[in-house]
Design a protein around this ligand. Structure first.
Ligand code: NAP
Length: 522
């Protein structure tokens, strides 16, 4: 069994005590142990802040980009090992593991390219100098400089590789040292990645710290200048956003939380067309990819009433032939959820959904599990639910209010108008991403404009992109990830936009030639 060390103060250290046991969710066998007991996190944060911060700020964007490129290459070099660990500890199929691990290298690479394009500068200038008070001499200019603290990253269990990378890439490029805390349940993959990163020697001392396991008093130790980027449950996100000590120290908190993402099928889309196939493919992928444990997964499927039977049939067909079991077997297309606790949560959640909408497919434990012994593993079958009519769809409060983080979705009949679809989606009170499938531009435009205020991202599925769209579930580094309301109100990635969280924008006013030259060559 692997003991997971943490990387604090520039050294690998082992916590005392029993700690937590990480398991293989397909077999329930223990695979690793992690303890963070006895660590002085205040000291570790201070090292990161002072040593790592100064080192990164002395580098240009192009030099920070070189670090990111090296991290991307490291993930690629260790790809096979990381994929295997992901299968072992996350219950992820080969394809699900690739989604996580390749997503990590792709994101590092994308930010390396961005950093290279920013060149030999250490700071960003925001816009042009502007004349002030009708004086030719007096001007104003905005600059963005790295905050002088540490960027603490707390991640969810479902993306141990990509989740760590997508936060790390942006903060390091901005010039802030990173202190990463992965979720304990799946920390094995993150730990191996962290080990490999340190081994490259590419990271300046103090630029990277890694806490393998329970957070302890990590968040209590943050001080003015630090930032906290959190991904996880809405309850914890709300706790951090409202924590008095964070607020009084002026610590920026970015929260990426749950979301009841919707997919809306337009009334113009007929079965058998390219847009229909894209819609069914995207919905089904989101039900079973990573066993439904994706913050971007489609939880609500809005379908014009006349097409509900066709959609149910297509999804049930796909679900019936899906091979479920131990993801170590190459034929398996869906593995277990991440552990027994998560299985319990998902089953309870499915029970809650079933009280309000009709279950049309699914069993708690799927039949015919491949390479799985009787009673072993935290498996949950695909579940499909359906509201009876548009009025029941509007009134299904649990569907609009409660995220089941597993392989399940609910079909919600609507009357085919964009206004009813928009009102129904808005009942989710803010989401990460929703998608609209239609080739009718007027319908799509009206719906998109109504959905935009409630979302961080919208995907428009149409026949023209049916072959090339990765669907709503894939978060791309060029586009913002986050969303208002329930989704946490945060924003990450989005190319250069993502850097803003780690930078202070400062307005400068003074003598125009001085301002214009101040950041020349810096
Ligand atoms: P969680 O239970 O809220 O845990 C999230 C992280 O917070 C874990 O690393 C956890 O560590 C840590 N944590 C717990 N208590 C803490 C404390 N007192 N101080 C600091 N950190 C603490 O969420 P989860 O079960 O891992 O993830 C599932 C949820 O995340 C779902 O609701 C999903 O929708 C959401 N999610 C959102 C996004 C997004 O981008 N919006 C992405 C993925 C997942 P331990 O593991 O050690 O407890």
């Amino acid at each position: 069994m692997q003991d997971l060390e943490s990387y604090l103060g520039g050294k690998w250290v082992q916590g005392s005590g029993e700690g937590a046991t990480l398991v293989n969710p397909a077999t329930d066998e223990p695979v690793a142990r992690s303890s963070t007991e006895g660590f002085d996190l205040a000291e570790a944060l201070s090292f990161s802040r002072n040593v790592g911060g100064a080192a990164l700020r002395s580098l240009t964007f192009a030099q920070r980009a070189d670090i990111l490129r090296s991290l991307a290459e490291t993930v690629v070099q260790h790809r096979t090992e990381l994929l295997n660990l992901s299968t072992l500890n996350n219950g992820a199929t080969r394809s699900d593991s690739k989604f996580d691990v390749d997503g990590a290298s792709f994101t590092f690479q994308a930010y390396a390219d961005l950093g290279e394009s920013l060149g030999d500068r250490r700071y960003l200038v925001d816009g042009e100098a502007e004349e002030l008070l009708r004086s030719k001499r007096l001007a104003g200019l905005h600059v963005k400089v790295p905050r002088r603290g540490v960027a603490v990253h707390v991640n969810a269990f479902n993306f141990p590789a990509w989740g760590m990378a997508e936060k790390m890439a942006v903060a390091l490029l901005a010039g802030m040292p990173v202190f990463t805390k992965p979720a304990t349940a799946t920390a094995l993959t993150s730990w191996r990645m962290a080990k490999a990163f340190v081994e490259t020697g590419a990271l300046p001392e103090g630029a990277f710290s890694f806490l393998a396991g329970s957070a302890g008093d990590l968040v209590d130790q943050l001080v003015y200048g630090d930032v906290l980027a959190f991904t996880g449950s809405g309850a914890l996100g709300t706790r951090f956003k409202s924590a008095a000590h964070l607020a009084s120290a002026g610590i920026s908190v970015n929260v990426e939380a749950d979301s009841l993402n919707a997919a809306v099928l337009g009334p113009d889309v007929e079965p058998g067309t390219d847009t229909w196939d894209l819609f069914i493919r995207d919905v089904f992928r989101d039900i079973h990819q990573k066993t439904g444990q994706k913050c971007t997964a489609i939880r609500r499927v809005l379908v014009p009433e006349s097409l509900v039977d066709d959609v149910s049939e297509a999804l049930i067909d796909a679900a019936s032939s899906l091979k479920i079991g131990n993801p170590a077997n190459k034929d398996v297309r869906m593995g277990p959820v991440v552990n027994r606790r998560q299985q319990q949560d998902v089953l309870e959640g499915l029970g809650r959904l079933g009280e309000q909408v009709q279950q049309i497919y699914g069993t708690d434990r799927p039949n015919g599990l491949i390479d799985v012994q009787e009673g072993q593993g935290s498996f949950v079958g695909i579940h499909l639910f359906k509201a009876s009519d548009p009025s029941a769809s509007m009134n299904a409060s649990v569907v609009h209010d409660f995220e089941v983080f597993g392989p399940a979705t609910t079909l919600l009949p609507y009357d085919g108008t964009s206004s009813q679809a928009a009102s129904m989606v808005a009942l989710g009170k803010g989401g990460l991403v929703s998608s609209v499938y239609s080739d009718d531009r007027t319908y799509a435009r009206e719906l998109v404009l109504d959905l935009a205020p409630h979302h961080g991202r919208l995907t428009l599925g149409s026949k023209k992109i049916a072959d090339s769209s990765p669907g709503p579930g894939t978060v791309l580094p060029q586009l913002v990830h986050g969303g208002p309301g329930r989704a946490g109100g945060g924003e990450e990635l989005g190319g250069i936009r993502g850097l803003d969280f780690y930078l202070q924008r400062t307005a400068l006013q003074g003598y125009r030639p001085l301002l214009e030259r101040l950041f020349d060559g810096s």
